[in-house]
Design a protein around this ligand. Sequence first.
Ligand SMILES: [Zn+2]
Length: 357
Amino acid sequence: MRVALLQEVSNVRVTVLAPCRLTDLRTGVLVKEWQSLKWQLVEASPQGLKVGPVQTGLQAVLLQTGSNDILRINARPYRGSLIFLRTPNGRLTIVNRLGLEEYLVGALSSEVGTDWPLETLKAHAVVSRTMVAHRIWIQRERPFDVTDDTSTHVYHGVVAESAETLAAVRQTEGQVLAYAGELISAAFHASCGGHTEDASELWKTKTDVPPLQGRPDPYCRDLRHYRWQTGMSLKAFAELLGAVGKEIGMPTACEVSDRNRSGRVRTVRLQGDRGVKELSGRDFRQLLGANRLKSLNFTVTFSRGISFSGFGWGHGVGLCQWGAYGMAKQGHTADEILQFYFPGAERRKLQGLPGFP
Ligand SMILES: [Zn+2]
């Protein structure tokens, strides 16, 4: 799989303390071999990619080393190999190519505590593997499958690996969630706040896939991120709206005008002394900041200031991390956790599913 580590940068430093070889990514033709590379500059010049003193004249190159050796980008260690791409803007994008299982060991520990129950970690490993495999399946034409940030998993390479995540990945090796013979678009979030969300509320997917439908969740109740509150002055709120071209003057009212099946906010109606605006819940959350308005399951109180009181953290689709923690603490297995959050999903090997011959 391919993880974009840096995009559209001017240059990076690469270090490999082992024999390594540089090839043309497209043809596989050897460009140069080294016994080791120390803090060499990689940059995108008008003539093509330049790696250390070597002007390759190429737009895409692959740097490989032995299977257990480490490659460093700006001192941060990674497994696998590195792809350097010269972008249409004449900049540099760096992609880490490695096995899905190796990736998961590092990616998983950024998402959950390594002191969490093993059954939770195992369930999460299956969900994460499914999510990434689904991306690989639907995005084959892109130069990479995922980025290294929260849009899938925060991924910091070797430094993030742990014995606990290694055990969870090994004990579920190759296992994914499928329905009707296809990978499902699995997802996860910190806490659903009492009810998970239909996947179709977030992205285009069939609405009649049982494992992707939201349901009441008693397991995250009163655990971390279950409840939250936030607020601001009316002046600060007006300024925030003005900054994105939604001026309503001094706010006089703010109310939820529509909620979906799971209770999450679909639309917010804002009234001020100079106009009225309607915003979708998602736009409203983005406007206030996804880490301030932690979920769309909230109520508004409007008086001298504006305050919000809500449940859960994140979009609410798929696995509720704190609910999965709660389930394992009550003695449930990884299988039971997966069946609860993805009812009717089949746990099977990735190999053999469409896109993974
Ligand atoms: Zn939950």
